[in-house]
Design a protein around this ligand. Structure first.
Ligand SMILES: Nc1ncnc2c1ncn2[C@@H]1O[C@H](COP(=O)(O)OP(=O)(O)O)[C@@H](O)[C@H]1O
Ligand SMILES: O=C(O)C1=C[C@@H](OP(=O)(O)O)[C@@H](O)[C@H](O)C1
Ligand SMILES: [Mg+2]
Length: 171
C-alpha cells in the first residue's frame, strides 16, 4: 500500500485536512508533529527551545520513517528541509501539496504561538518563497486551498485517492 503524504507551508491545513479525512471517511491518519510529541513526551515548542531545530529535524526524519503503515500522513511544513525526506516519501507514496497563498496563511496564523518558525513578516515571507518552490518540485499532485473549505479540499483528495487506487495498490 502506498502512503499519502500531505505537504505544505505552516498553516496550509495539513493537520486539519488529515484529521477531517479520518473523521469523514474513516481512513486512518497520523500527524507527524503529534507523533513526535508523543514519542518524546515533549511539545514541539519545547523541543525547539531546549534542543534546537537540528535536533527536531532528526526526530522528524526518524518518525517519518517509522510510520510505515498509516495510509495518510500530515507532515510538518519543514519536512522538505531535508532532501532525504523527499526521496523517502517519493519512494513510499504519493505527495500532495496543499498549496495556499502567503496572504491566506498570514490571516490564519496572525496570533499563532505554537509554531516556532512563524516569526516576523520578512522572515516568514522569505521562508515561504524558498519552500514554495521545493513543495512544487516535490509534489505528485497540487491541491489549491485558497478560498476553499476543508470539506471541498478533502473531497478532492479522497477522489484522487480512490481514482488512483492508492489504498488498494500493493506497489
Ligand atoms: N480550508 C481552510 N479554510 C479556513 N481555515 C483553515 C482551512 N484549513 C485550515 N484552516 C485553519 O488554519 C489554521 C492552520 O491549520 P493547520 O491544519 O494547523 O495547518 P498546518 O498543519 O498545515 O500547519 C487552523 O486554525 C485551521 O483551523
Ligand atoms: O515549517 C516548519 O518548519 C514547522 C512546521 C510545524 O508544522 P505545521 O506545518 O503543521 O505547522 C512543525 O513541524 C514545526 O513547528 C516546524
Ligand atoms: Mg500541522
Amino acid at each position: 500500500m502506498k502512503q499519502l503524504y500531505l505537504i505544505g507551508f505552516m498553516g496550509s491545513g495539513k493537520t486539519t485536512v488529515g484529521r477531517s479525512i479520518k473523521e469523514q471517511y474513516g481512513i486512518d491518519y497520523i500527524d507527524l508533529d503529534e507523533a513526535i510529541e508523543g514519542r518524546l513526551h515533549k511539545r514541539i515548542v519545547d523541543i525547539f527551545k531546549e534542543e534546537g531545530e537540528e535536533a527536531f529535524r532528526t526526530y522528524e526524519t526518524e518518525t517519518l520513517k517509522a510510520l510505515k503503515t498509516t495510509p495518510i500522513i500530515a507532515t510538518g511544513g519543514g519536512i522538505i528541509e531535508r532532501s532525504e525526506n523527499i526521496s523517502y516519501m517519493k519512494e513510499n507514496g504519493i505527495i500532495i501539496y496543499l498549496k495556499t497563498s502567503f496572504d491566506t496563511i498570514k490571516l490564519r496564523l496572525t496570533r499563532d504561538q505554537s509554531r516556532p518558525l512563524w516569526k516576523d513578516e520578512k522572515q516568514n515571507k522569505a521562508l515561504f518563497d524558498k519552500r514554495n518552490k521545493i513543495y512544487e518540485y516535490s509534489a505528485d499532485y497540487i491541491v489549491h486551498c485558497d478560498n476553499r473549505t476543508t470539506k471541498e479540499i478533502i473531497e478532492e483528495i479522497v477522489s484522487l485517492y480512490r481514482y488512483k487506487g492508492i489504498l488498494d495498490s500493493e506497489d
